[in-house]
Design a binder for this molecule. Structure first.
Ligand code: UD1
Ligand code: MG
Length: 463
């Protein structure tokens, strides 16, 4: 199916009280405008056009690298009809079913878009308007139907008579599906003779009625999908709804949550069966969690893959791969390029960057491991550090299999430690250690019998 989606996102969003465009504000880890674009994609749109105006560059940056998103700039904001005329002028005629979405209405489901398109195609309508019946219709355009229930016209709130304001309670959601060809042929008929002096896209309904083209209105199954964000309070409300929607879906699929109100899972995250998500956990980006894992509490993972049976406690991680039956935390920091192989353990106050920790290897306490390849069965003693940075360049540390590194060891890269080697505690390793060798770098210990007692007694006397 060829489907075009147009996302209107040129508005100012003054009520956000922000230096940034409204649609760039984040709902979870994604800007508002990302959500309708994603829904359009899921609904099968093969052409997505975002109309930008205010802070156009910041809005465009949201889709950097997305080949399927095009932009049209609306330099003057003369209304929703004008925004669509700008698209037509910039890109040529509309083709096939053309859906109009808003950049500040992020809860719209792909399913709803699909239904709207099917309904429009099925009835050969020139336009279908998605409508709703909110408890308070103030501000919305009102749907006027004739005695048979056919849609006659949409009247903006400000253009309604007081009687119409009181009696017409079915409202325009602002979401439509148009037949592209008929929209191209007729969009120039929109004028701006109304209370706001704007070109209203809603006028298309009345225009089609007059020329005998069939129009239809579809009442949305779930009004909450049409909630728009105009303020930060509404942004928080919409976030809550999306959080619930995603968490309910995950729980239905077999994920346990001690308190779903304290778990945030982004739209492109997957979580396997029998995994438990504990409070204050955020899973963002393309994170993929396996089954039988325990994640959290107090954990934020962004683009992290976690294999089955692993636990990640009180941890922040980015761009990391964690294999199966790995234990991480509490309080670990996993930075980009980290790979923790099966049964590895990364413990408390440990930071790992751009490093592989081999199968069953352990970095249990207070360590920094950067730019390191570590084999299997290694034990890194508490407080050990790979010194990977000389102030200008980064260097690698290579640690073989079954190496035992004593506590408080500095490994000054570039350096390598061979299989089965032993490094004595508190050593500063600056040259390579061969396999099966002992490396020790520390001064000899002195012992002076009885000295502590003599000193203690002298200090007490002086007091
Ligand atoms: C619009 C509808 C109204 C509907 C309501 C639902 C019109 C004339 N009215 O009113 O019937 O009930 O939405 O929320 O369409 N935009 C542009 N360029 C413009 C003007 C707007 O891109 O020149 C974008 C805005 O960024 C926003 C969307 O279009 O995403 C809607 O604009 P807005 O000004 O909020 O329209 P409403 O007055 O709310
Ligand atoms: Mg609005």
């Amino acid at each position: 199916m060829s489907l075009t989606a147009i996302v209107l996102a040129a508005g100012e969003g003054t009520r956000m009280k922000s230096r940034h465009p409204k649609v760039a504000h984040k709902l979870m880890d994604r800007p508002l405008v990302w959500w309708p674009v994603h829904a359009a994609r899921e609904a099968g749109a093969d052409r997505i056009i975002v109309v930008v105006g205010n802070h156009a560059d910041e809005v465009k940056a949201v889709f950097a690298g997305d080949a399927d998103v095009e932009f049209v700039e609306q330099t003057e904001r003369l209304g929703t009809g004008h925004a669509m005329m700008c698209v037509r002028d910039a890109l040529g005629d509309f083709h096939g079913p053309t859906v109009v979405l808003y950049g500040d209405t992020p809860l719209m489901r792909a399913e709803t878009i699909k239904n709207l398109v099917e309904h429009t195609k099925g009835g050969h309508y020139a336009c279908t308007v998605l409508t709703m019946s909110p408890a308070d219709p103030t501000g919305y355009g009102r749907i006027k139907r004739d005695a048979e229930g056919n849609v006659l016209v949409i009247i903006e709130h400000k253009d309604c008579t007081p009687e119409e304001q009181a009696t017409l309670t079915e409202c325009n959601s602002g979401i439509y599906c148009f037949c592209g060809r008929r929209l191209s042929e007729n969009i120039d008929k929109i004028g701006n003779n109304n209370a706001q002096g704007e070109y209203y896209l809603t006028d298309m309904v009345g225009i089609y009625r007059e020329i005998g083209e069939p129009v239809s209105a579809l009442l949305a199954a779930d009004d909450s999908e049409l909630l728009g964000v105009n303020s930060r309070v509404q942004l928080a409300q919409v976030t809550k709804i999306m959080q619930e929607r995603i968490n309910n879906q995950l729980m239905a699929e077999g994920v346990t949550m001690l308190d779903p109100a304290q778990v945030w899972v982004g739209p492109e995250v997957t979580v396997g069966r029998d995994t438990e998500l504990l409070p204050m956990t955020m899973l963002w980006g393309k994170t993929a969690i396996g089954g039988d894992c325990v994640i959290g509490p107090n954990t934020r993972l962004t683009n992290v893959t976690v294999g089955d049976g692993s636990s990640v406690e009180e941890t922040v991680g980015y761009d990391t791969v964690i294999d199966r039956d790995v234990t991480v935390g509490p309080r670990a920091y996993l930075r980009p390029g980290t790979h923790l192989c099966d049964r590895a353990h990364v413990g408390t106050h440990v930071e790992i960057k751009n490093s592989t920790i081999g199968e069953g290897s352990k970095v249990p306490h207070l360590s920094y491991i950067g730019d390191t390849s570590m084999g299997s069965g290694v034990n890194i003693g508490a407080g050990s550090i790979t010194c990977n940075y000389d102030g200008v360049n980064k260097h690698r540390t290579t640690i073989g299999n079954d190496v035992f590194v004593g506590s408080d060891t500095m490994m000054v890269a570039p350096v390598s430690i061979g299989d089965g080697a032993l490094v004595g505690a508190s050593s500063c390793i600056t040259s390579d250690v061969p396999a099966d060798a002992l490396a020790l770098e520390r001064s000899d210990q002195q012992v002076i019998e009885g000295y502590a007692k003599v000193r203690r007694e002298r200090l007490h006397k002086e007091k």
